[in-house]
Design a protein around this ligand. Structure first.
Ligand code: NI
Length: 202
């Protein structure tokens, strides 16, 4: 995807999160208002049911129980996805034993081209610790909606070929599957590791 698009997406996410934060501040400042912080903000995350290596099914319940980092993209991505997966593999190495206390997943936004075999082959080139996930168009649409992921098919000039614009941030979810933080595309490794260690340490 073009380098200019992620900034727009990052800005959109920032606005979304800021709006949620403002809404939460207003709600939580009311003595009789709802007490739960997480359910009053923008809901990111929730149930899903997707396919991974060997046709196995993976649901939200399979990722929960440990905090997890989840990223959405596609194997034909020229830039953001390979960069992010390479960085994610670097985080896993840098976290050492702490990486065992969380999970990592990569979900395709292009299931028409990314079947389980394609995803497995692609993701394993970066790290065998990252769980590749795909599904039907409907399953992926549902999960993108649940995780508030922007994705858009963009035809390339003069043919059937296309690329996908998509949210470039890595979402950090706690062991209950609740949204905690994002690692944005521009975050340096030390920033990313701080966020990941905070996630694991709870
Ligand atoms: Ni990408």
């Amino acid at each position: 995807m073009p380098r200019t698009i992620p900034l727009i997406i990052i800005a959109a996410i920032a606005i979304l999160l800021a709006a949620g934060g403002v809404a939460w501040t207003i709600l939580s400042s009311q003595p009789d208002g709802p007490r739960s912080t997480k359910t009053d903000g923008p809901q990111i995350g929730g149930p899903f049911d997707l396919e991974t290596t060997g046709g196995e099914r993976v649901s939200e319940a399979d990722l929960k129980g440990k905090p997890f980092a989840i990223f959405f993209g596609f194997t034909h991505c020229p830039d953001v996805c390979p960069t992010t997966l390479n960085e994610m593999a670097g985080w896993i190495d840098a976290l050492g034993g702490k990486a065992d206390d969380m999970r990592f997943a990569f979900v395709t936004v292009d299931p028409a081209r990314d079947d389980a075999e394609t995803m497995t082959y692609y993701v394993e080139a970066f790290s065998d610790r990252i769980i590749p996930l795909t599904g039907t168009e409907a399953e992926i649409d549902s999960m993108a909606n649940t995780y508030k992921i922007y994705k858009e098919k963009v035809p390339l000039d003069g043919g059937e070929d296309y690329t996908m614009n998509h949210t470039a941030a890595v979402y950090l979810m706690d062991a209950q599957g609740e949204f905690v933080d994002v690692i944005s595309f521009k975050d340096e490794q030390d920033q990313a590791l701080r966020k990941l260690r905070a996630l694991v340490d709870g």
